[in-house]
Structures are given as C-alpha cells and as structure tokens.
Design a binder for this molecule. Structure first.
Ligand SMILES: O=c1ccn([C@H]2C[C@H](O)[C@@H](COP(=O)(O)OP(=O)(O)OP(=O)(O)O)O2)c(=O)[nH]1
Ligand SMILES: [Mg+2]
Length: 181
C-alpha cells in the first residue's frame, strides 16, 4: 500500500511500545497526541509570586535569581511526543488544543496552532519529533502523565501563492531553525 500520510515512532523511542496517535471516534478529525513522558506544567501565576518576593529584596544576587525564576515560570513547556509525522509535500499537520484542555486542565497552546511542515519529518536536527507547547494558566502546577492526550493533530492540504519563487532551503529542525529575518 502506498504510504501517503501517517505517524511513526521517532528513532530515540525505536525499541519502545509507544502507541501511534489515534482518532478516538468514527468521524473524529483529530489524531490525539500523547505525552511520551511525565511532565509538570508550572502555573504562569507563579511568576507573580516570585516578582512580588523579588520586589521585597534589593539584594543584587537574589534579585537576579528571583527574576530568572519568575521568567522561567512564563516560559512554555515543550512536551515531547516521541512521534513524527509524514505526509504529502502539499499537506500540513495542524496541531491544536483539545477542547478539554482549558476547560478541564487550564492548558493552552501559547503558539495557538502548531504548524507541522511536511519537510520536518526525519530532519537531521530532531528526526521530526512532534512537541506540544503548553502553558498552564491555572493556579496550581499541573502533572501530565506519560500517555495523557494533550493535543490533537489534523492532516490538511495547503495552497501556495501564484508565481512565488519556490523556496530551496532544507529544513534542519524546528522552533526558529530558519531564523527571524
Ligand atoms: O507546535 C509545534 C509547532 C511546530 N513544531 C515543529 C514542526 C514544524 O515543522 C517546525 C517549525 O514550526 P514553525 O515553522 O511553526 O516554527 P518557526 O518558529 O517558524 O521555526 P522554523 O524557523 O524552524 O520554521 O517545528 C512542533 O513540533 N510543534
Ligand atoms: Mg517556520
């Protein structure tokens, strides 16, 4: 059978029984992505506490430490899935929140929608492993267990602009690998 699109386990999990993403019901559009390991997602409000504490002290070193800790509380976590996705060159895998994410777990995807490019698959930087960015706007840290379904992904075709000069650069990673300019 011709391989058109689908999921595979990444090399670093090759000899494990990591399950492939599945659709949960007959006409579900999204393949649910699960965390490949346990994860704690700190509350973003933790930074308020640290900043308040930070303002109480003028000590330079403590100031630095508290500032760094407060900033860390605002950095999204990158949850690994151990999974990579292959698809046709004119297709994209859109990674989106589950509706229960905010409702039940106070989780949001800070990047809104993850855009998984077809050329990310098997890239030399990270083998094309899908990562889910999360922030926890709840008041308490949230524990994500290995196997928890934390996002969903849909294969969709994408269109390109008329008479564009097709890019020739090779993808060698994600998360800003192509720079800013
Ligand atoms: O939620 C996400 C979003 C992206 N990616 C991976 C797949 C994608 O192909 C690559 C690049 O994503 P994007 O183009 O959105 O990020 P960028 O900041 O533009 O990075 P780059 O310069 O590498 O394109 O990162 C994920 O694993 N999860
Ligand atoms: Mg990009």
């Amino acid at each position: 059978m011709t391989k058109l699109r689908g999921f595979e386990v990444v090399k670093r999990f090759a000899d494990t029984d990591l399950p492939l993403p599945k659709r949960q019901t007959q006409q579900a559009a999204g393949y649910d992505l699960a965390a490949s390991e346990d994860f704690i997602v700190p509350s973003i409000w933790h930074h308020h506490f640290l900043s308040a504490l930070h303002s109480l002290f003028s000590d330079q070193t403590l100031d630095e430490k508290l500032h760094t800790a407060a900033d860390k509380a605002l950095k999204p976590v990158l949850v690994p899935t151990g999974i990579k996705a292959y698809m046709q060159p004119n297709e994209v895998l859109l990674l989106v929140n589950r509706s229960s994410g905010p409702l039940k777990r106070r989780l949001v995807l800070p990047n809104g929608i993850g855009v998984i490019d077809a050329d990310y698959y098997g890239n030399e930087g990270n083998d094309g492993e899908l990562f889910v960015q999360l922030i926890n706007y709840g008041l308490r840290p949230l524990t994500i267990k290995k196997g928890d379904r934390i996002a969903q992904a849909m294969f969709v075709p994408y269109l390109t602009a008329d008479n564009e000069t097709a890019p020739t650069a090779k993808r060698n990673g994600g998360f800003g690998s192509s720079g800013v300019q």
